[in-house]
Design a protein around this ligand. Sequence first.
Ligand SMILES: Cc1ncc(C[n+]2csc(CCOP(=O)(O)OP(=O)(O)O)c2C)c(N)n1
Ligand SMILES: [Mg+2]
Length: 312
Amino acid sequence: MSEVLFRELYRIRHVEQEVARVYPTDKIKSPVHLSIGQEAVSVGVCQTLRADDIVFGTYRSHALFLAKGGNLRAMIAELYGKATGCTRGKGGSMHLIDVAAGVMGTSAVVGTTIPLAVGYAYALKMRGSGALVAAFFGDGAVDEGAFHESMNFAALKKLPVLFVCENNLYAIHSPQAARQAKSNLCERAASYGMHAEHVEYGDVFTIRDRTAAAVSAIRAGSGPRFIECMTYRWKEHVGPGDDFAAGYRTRAEAEPWYARDSLNLIGARLDPAVRARIEHEVQAEVRDAFEFAESSPFPGHEELLTDVYGVA
Ligand SMILES: Cc1ncc(C[n+]2csc(CCOP(=O)(O)OP(=O)(O)O)c2C)c(N)n1
Ligand SMILES: [Mg+2]
């Protein structure tokens, strides 16, 4: 099992490190909100999901897209703005989708995919499909009205939704304490009538095991559940660099998170030969995806007004 988790975590980390490396060349045409440091949440949760379960996410969803089985080539091509991208080069990093993998969408607008997730869960329940929806969002999104309306409706209708809050302590540069009088997000969720739990330290095994219990309860008909996973964003809010010079956080705050990084901890316990083989295989796959993106065409001019809303 550790090998599977290591491969998943390493694959996402390596993809995003490659994105960060390529970014200054300007070949990647989209802004990028990297998940580096936060991968354990997506991986831990998605390990417990079935292929027919659905996820919705935010503009920071490379990790979620890949952990749910989204197509890597299509994701990298999307970042390059190419016609082979998962939204044919029109959405960029913030608007990823892979219907076959159950990644039903991510959005630049904070909180907007939460009601979409709830609506999808309503449809699944009416169809009696037995599948569920996992809605991923940040600690900033819980201040949006859409979050509260969605929580209430999901609890009222006992919908099969797992609300996953990735609490990385900041919304852009604002710490939680500057935004919320009460830091206990689980209390907010519980007030709508659903079980809510808090996972400290972002450990992938704990996240996976606690999610597995929540997912079984939801499948058994408990209605929605809320899980708040503490985590930490290593890179700047948007872009490939570090931002300690910006002054809103310190390296000392980040250091405990580096030390408890699930990828490094699992990697250190693996047989070195096994680890090297996995890294080698993943690097080859990622190289192929970047080559695919680089050699793909941009959308033609005739695509300018297709698949977009416009005034006739
Ligand atoms: C409705 C809306 N309000 C404001 C913004 C500007 N904005 C972009 S990201 C962000 C911070 C959100 O923080 P959080 O939900 O904690 O996610 P994180 O970036 O930490 O993953 C804000 C306020 C936006 N995109 N949409
Ligand atoms: Mg945040």
